[in-house]
Design a protein around this ligand. Sequence first.
Ligand SMILES: Nc1ncnc2c1ncn2[C@@H]1O[C@H](COP(=O)(O)OP(=O)(O)OP(=O)(O)O)[C@@H](O)[C@H]1O
Length: 328
Amino acid sequence: MNVIETENLSKTFRVKQKEKGIAGSMRAIFHPQIKEIPAVSRVSFSVEEGEALAFIGPNGAGKSTTIKMLTGILYPDGGRAEVLGMDPSRKRKQLACKIGTVFGQKEQLWTHLTPYDNFRFFGAIYDLSDKETESRIRELADIFDLNSFVNTPVRNLSLGQRIRCEIVASLIHRPRILFLDEPTIGLDPVVKENIRSLIRQMNKELHTTIFLTSHDIGDIEKLCKRIIIVNNGQIVLDNSMSHLKYHYLNRKILEVKQQEETAPPTAEGITVLKQKGSHIKLEVDTGVLRINDALRLINAEHVEDITISNIPLESIITEIYKTADAGI
Ligand SMILES: Nc1ncnc2c1ncn2[C@@H]1O[C@H](COP(=O)(O)OP(=O)(O)OP(=O)(O)O)[C@@H](O)[C@H]1O
């Protein structure tokens, strides 16, 4: 069952332009010049219940604008969106009871209140009974390990503790879809990993649909099975993570440490990425040259260590952004 559907979803912002100085300001009042910014252009996709989707793109690609339209904060000016069978811009309140949002860069908790009081407050907003709110707080405090600071004012919590509380607050009403915008921004690697595993657990055990926006490759790689890449307001790729990693770019990284400095092998399909002393880093296009054949070109007698790895997801994504920018 699809929980999100969009068809040709579009949004163009109209922004007044102002020339420099007082004269420019006066001209802008009487003869305003309007610049159109097509933030989202004819975006169509659907998301099934229980999916974990990464919706990513470079700065200004249109991700936040899309999320705002899906959560009813912004009206689209073209196409349509349906979330849990509702038009978000017409049924914003009803929808809010069924979705959760976490914005890593924005606090939704009251910082002078404790997490417990915040959760009670959110329970009341979502019309949960006292009993329901209490049992939900207990359940989530256990899962997210909040018990040691659930009664400490939010302003005194560390960033990692606060983000865990933000996520719990957005889950109090058992949302079917969780929109996460940069959920791990600014966190240290251990806390990041902890947050990711909690989100994974929610997706797996509660079947909560995850709609993630992040510039952090770790979030994307570890949380999502599907990826949609947007650029200049348009979808440039919609595929599974495994397809992206193993088939989209048919390349491997071959790192060789030799006993002494030797010239790197040359052949069609091999690109030398780095050579420093006896250390060589090659990229092998396995569509042109099989990895076994590439290995045969290396003098095995002098090899001290060798590693073969996939192209990092980060490089694949950067390449897709660049290709999309060049209009290829
Ligand atoms: N309220 C607004 N008024 C005018 N232009 C806007 C407004 N909001 C966004 N834009 C423009 O729309 C485009 C898409 O912005 P959006 O915030 O959706 O991008 P994003 O992909 O979320 O970027 P980031 O990764 O930097 O958060 C940008 O060119 C931005 O300047």
